[in-house]
Design a protein around this ligand. Structure first.
Ligand code: ACO
Length: 375
């Protein structure tokens, strides 16, 4: 028998060279363009990170101001897209709506007629417009007032405003900013790979991001934080964590928010978000989520030796920021779009059609049976 050469899930396959993001899975480090995520999360803003990913260097004060202004001016949703958002069923999943809206945007803003649509200009447009798309849909469903332009708000504060219609405190804006920084890129994760595969056919930026959104939606990728919150609801109190988690493991169920294909130690993003979960909980005088998650962590680590990933604490942070559960994955997209577009632009720079092969395991010597002779 021929030994299988298949790397299931492309595990450990090095598919391309990239200078955008480095994950040290054994050391638990995440690097964007040479900078450690811990330093970036402590000191930078999402706008700076978007600049860093697109241009490969940190912006000067003037460049940052220009980018911030540009993102604020690109937020508006074109009228036909707004009408489309008014028509989608209210019960739609926000990720489906986001995927549809980004795809539709390409119809209203075709790249052939927009110089720069397949360059940093297109990346900025997509990054700027996603919070507005989410806000328009959410507000309509909830009967909230129509969204008003707020160019003075940072990207993080605008996202919070779009989804809540309430001024964010400085601490809340900063918590969202940090979450956006932490999610902005992560090497060749499934959605980024999907974006690069699409781009490698010389398809356009909007199509590549549409592929990425569809890929991020799955619960093994971006959809995990929503499931973590469902788990917390099921557990209820820290004393019940042991029983619920052990029962799930006994049924061979996966505990969302744990494990990672690349990290073999704790995901550094989880470490930072754990701290933010505690800080927000302390400010609100309600550490329920934090205590529950710590207990779940203790049991999962003891039973399976697994470490938390970014999704374990992000849901609790978003909940405390007043964001509904079904918008957790769209928020991920609102940040990761910076990384997706940086990767697509990198792909265009050094293009090679991504087209692996499959090991065929079916028969090769069958003969066609006429229809009337088949059973
Ligand atoms: N809960 C329980 N067991 C787990 C978990 C988990 N969360 N993760 C891995 N395992 C177990 C597997 O059952 C398997 O055990 P076995 O060898 O006894 O069968 C072993 O650990 C290895 O698991 P794999 O599936 O081979 O690991 P892989 O690298 O493919 O998985 C993944 C990575 C998909 C993230 C996985 O850990 C998982 O399903 N986690 C839960 C979903 C989640 O949190 N996703 C978010 C990831 S981060 C992100 O995308 C932003």
């Amino acid at each position: 028998m021929v030994e299988s050469a298949v790397q299931r899930g492309l595990e450990d396959v090095v598919a391309l060279e990239s200078r955008i993001c480095f994950i040290d899975g054994k050391g638990g480090r995440l690097i964007y363009e040479g900078y450690d995520i811990r330093e970036l999360a402590a000191r930078s803003t999402f706008e700076e990170i978007a600049y860093l990913l697109w241009y490969g260097r940190l912006p000067s004060a003037r460049q940052l101001e220009e980018l911030t202004t540009r993102l604020a001016t690109l937020r508006e949703v074109p009228a036909p897209l707004r009408r489309l958002l008014e028509q989608v069923p209210e019960s739609s999943s926000p990720m489906d709506v986001l995927r549809t809206a980004v795809s539709a945007l390409a119809v209203y803003e075709p790249s052939e007629s927009q110089p720069g649509a397949n360059s940093i200009g297109g990346a900025q447009r997509l990054t700027a417009v996603i919070p507005t798309i989410l806000g328009e849909f959410h507000r309509r469903r909830k009967g909230m007032p129509a969204i008003r332009a707020r160019p003075e708000l940072s990207h993080a504060a605008w996202l919070l405003y779009a989804l809540r219609d309430k001024e964010a405190s400085e601490l809340e804006s900063r918590a969202m900013d940090v979450a956006l920084i932490l999610h902005a890129d992560h090497e060749l994760n499934a959605s980024t790979f999907a974006a690069r595969v699409t781009a490698s056919t010389l398809s356009d930026l909007y199509s590549s991001v549409t592929s990425a959104i569809g890929t991020l939606k799955g619960p093994l990728h971006g959809g995990a934080n929503e499931r973590v919150m469902e788990l917390l609801e099921e557990i209820g109190t820290p004393e019940k964590a042991e029983e619920v988690v052990k029962a799930k493991l006994a049924r061979h169920e996966r505990i969302m928010g744990f494990g990672h294909r690349v990290y073999k130690v704790e995901d550094p993003r989880a470490t930072i978000l754990r701290d933010w979960s505690r800080r927000l909980g302390e400010t609100r005088g309600d550490l329920r989520y934090y205590h529950l998650l710590r207990e779940v962590e203790r049991v999962v680590h003891r039973e399976k030796g697994l470490y938390p990933n970014v999704d374990l604490y992000s849901g609790s942070v978003y909940s405390m920021l007043g964001i509904p559960k079904e918008f957790f994955t769209p928020i991920f997209a609102a940040s990761r779009v910076a990384g997706w577009t940086a990767h697509v632009l990198e792909e265009y720079q050094d293009l090679r059609l991504i087209r692996p092969t499959a090991q065929y395991v079916g028969p090769v010597d069958l003969h066609y049976t006429p229809l009337e002779l088949r059973e």
